[in-house]
Write a protein that binds this ligand. Structure first.
Ligand code: XCC
Length: 635
């Protein structure tokens, strides 16, 4: 664990404040966990049955296996794929919730939601083979939603639709040949849990392949979540806003939107606009919404809501003393928020049946009554504002301008200004001309095994210097937002000559009121599907399989089970994936070699672990160079 806690100046100020008031934050709790248990840290602790925990103890007679006889490779493989099952469940359940909502909109059952982007609806319908000619919007929406819901429990053996419609043909062939193409999201995840039950599969390769099948369900669930969210709430276009704790306003009612699912937060944004008067009547200058984690990314992309902070520093938003309510939905919400809120006037409002925090305020969110639920939450915030203690308010004067909203559509729209017939060629031409080396996707979380946000920023600036085009999602994108990499100044400061030239051409074509950013913010974690679609377009245009395109992914501070699932489907889809923390596969050299070496032979994609951000960036550049060199040789 690093001694330096964070590179974020605002966070540093708030951590000092926490010390002053004696509140132990996640940074203190991370320290308390050191030193870590080596067995758990390397993945050789098995807790799958009640005889356990079993550890691999090679020096003891009989200790080189678990009680049932499971070897290190079985234990490590089982533990790893169970992370994938957790991640795929989270993303796909999020997608299911959105699909159900779209279905109910199409059936006329929900008055507070509508189909906002009919163009996207038509595109998605065509993509998945639904007839659009001469049919009404709601009829088509119903078919799209039904097709999405069918992914979860269909009885017929047909490859999942959002995978087949979001992959290149050559990649589909690889997935089918390796027998990892799923036909039913729920089935694959349940089967993986069954496969890894005590006394079941002990073959690490077979277990890993089961894991990859579930990881593809993660991809399917997030791809449909992205598509259907765009249909319901609109597909983001470039927006200008700000990020970091300085975006919290002392004179306004501050409400943080935190979690992942846009179903409630979108309505809160709408309601807040209608309720400015009520806030003013309470003595505030208005309502200020800010985002944390991926709900924040969703409302940033579509509504231009500012970012307060990312995962590791969520508690610090409360420490500003000016956070009146934090509305949370699902995933990545720290249970500690409640006890910290007790030191302040802040209301923590949980809203989903599967995410409650003891002692916090629970308002069961109901899509049938969405606008009223949202208004109720905002009134709670206004009430809390009245109880705010001005003496406790301490907002760091730290924030940066953010240019975001780069859905694939809005990125292609910029390329279209240069090449109307074939926009993706703008990117692939720049790669083939050697102006830029390729594309790197930054995804994932914060992980306090390292210094908060440091890996994100160092790797991105190193890659920019080496002329790599950068896109980002999740908490990685939020790190960039806070540190000034999501604006034009970032390009001037960090980009190499080639990348600068490429950006200059894009800027001239885009004709936005502001310069384009160094890193293109593509949205939340489920929007990694947007980045994969970009990769697929590159592959089609370059006439290559995904295993050969100059595209890499990195999760510099991966933390959650979802990150393991995302990384795994990236590997299956041919992408090299860097992870900036040492992961618990290292306890079995066999499993570790499979995911870092053999995977490349089978899928073209592979993992590599590197905690040093400079070395990681150098390796990513090397991989892009190697792929470009091979492509040049092929000609
Ligand atoms: Fe959670 Fe999406 Fe990770 Fe951030 S990046 S800590 S998963 S919020 Ni998804």
């Amino acid at each position: 664990m690093s001694e330096k806690r964070t590179i974020d100046v605002a966070a540093t100020q708030m951590l000092d404040k926490a010390k002053e008031i004696g509140f132990l934050t996640t940074f203190d709790r991370a320290k308390a966990q050191e030193p870590r248990c080596t067995f758990g840290n390397t993945g050789i602790c098995c807790r799958i049955c009640l005889q356990g925990p079993c550890r691999i103890l090679p020096k003891k007679p009989g200790g080189n296996r678990g009680i049932c006889g499971a070897a290190d490779y079985t234990i490590v493989a089982r533990n790893t794929v169970r992370y994938i099952a957790g991640g795929a469940s989270a993303h796909s359940d999020h997608g299911r919730h959105i699909a159900e909502t779209l279905l109910h909109v199409a059936e006329g059952k929900l008055k507070d939601y509508q189909v906002t982007d009919t163009e996207k609806l038509m595109r998605v319908a065509k993509k998945i083979g639904i007839e659009t000619e001469g049919r009404g919007v709601m009829e088509i929406a119903k078919d799209v939603a039904t097709a999405a819901l069918d992914e979860y429990g269909r009885m017929h053996e047909e490859d999942l639709t959002w995978i087949t419609s979001n992959c290149t043909d050559s990649r589909l062939e690889v997935l089918r040949k390796t027998n990892i193409m799923p036909t039913n999201i729920n089935l694959s995840i349940a089967q993986l849990l069954h496969q890894t039950h005590v006394g079941n599969d002990s073959d690490p390769i077979n277990i890993i392949f089961g894991g990859l099948k579930a990881a593809l369900c993660d991809y399917d669930g997030m791809a449909l979540a992205t598509d259907l969210s765009d249909i319901l709430f609109g597909t983001g276009v470039p927006v200008v806003t700000e990020a970091n704790l300085g975006a919290i306003k002392a004179d306004k009612v501050n409400i943080a939107l935190h979690g992942h699912n846009p179903l409630l937060s979108q309505i809160v944004v709408k309601a807040a606009r209608e309720m400015e008067g009520e806030a003013k009547a309470a003595g505030a200058a208005g309502i200020n919404l800010v985002g944390i984690c991926c709900t924040g990314n969703e409302v940033l992309t579509r509504e231009g809501v500012a970012i307060a902070t990312n995962f590791a520093t969520q508690e610090l938003a409360i420490l500003t003393g000016a956070m009146d309510a934090m509305v949370v939905d699902v995933q990545c919400i720290m249970p500690s928020l409640r006890s910290l809120a007790e030191c302040y006037h802040t209301k923590i409002v949980t809203t989903m049946p599967i995410m409650k925090i003891p002692g916090s305020y629970h308002l069961a969110f109901d899509e049938h009554n969405a606008i009223n639920s949202a208004k109720e939450i905002i009134r709670l915030a206004i009430d809390a504002y009245k109880k705010r203690d001005a003496a406790k308010v301490c907002i760091p004067d730290v924030k940066n301008t953010v240019v975001a909203g780069f859905t694939l559509e809005s990125l292609l729209n910029i390329f279209k200004q240069i090449n109307a017939d074939n926009p993706i060629k703008v990117l692939t031409d720049a790669i083939e001309a050697g102006e830029i080396k390729g594309v790197a996707l930054f995804a994932g979380c914060n992980n306090l095994k390292g210094t908060h946000d440091e890996n994100h920023i160092t790797i991105a600036t190193e890659l920019a210097k080496n002329d790599v085009f950068l896109v980002a999602t999740g908490c990685a994108a939020q790190a960039f937002a806070k540190e000034g990499l999501l604006n034009g100044e970032g390009v001037q400061k960090y980009a190499g000559e080639g990348l600068k030239k490429f950006h200059a051409r894009l800027n001239a074509a885009a004709k936005l009121t502001t310069e384009l950013p160094l890193v293109f913010h593509m949205g939340s974690c489920v929007d990694n599907s947007r980045a994969q679609e970009l990769a697929n377009m590159m592959a089609r245009e370059m006439g290559l399989d995904n295993r050969d395109i100059p595209y890499v992914a990195t999760a510099p501070e991966a933390m959650s089970e979802k990150a393991v699932a995302i990384g795994s489907w990236n590997v299956a889809l041919g992408n090299p994936v860097h992870v900036g923390v040492v992961v618990p596969t290292v306890g079995s050299s066999l499993v570790n070699d499979v995911v870092t070496k053999i995977a490349e032979d089978v899928f073209g994609g592979f993992f590599f672990w590197e905690t040093d951000p400079v070395k990681a960036a150098a390796r990513l550049v090397e991989i892009l160079d190697e792929r470009n060199w091979k492509n040049a040789m092929r000609k």
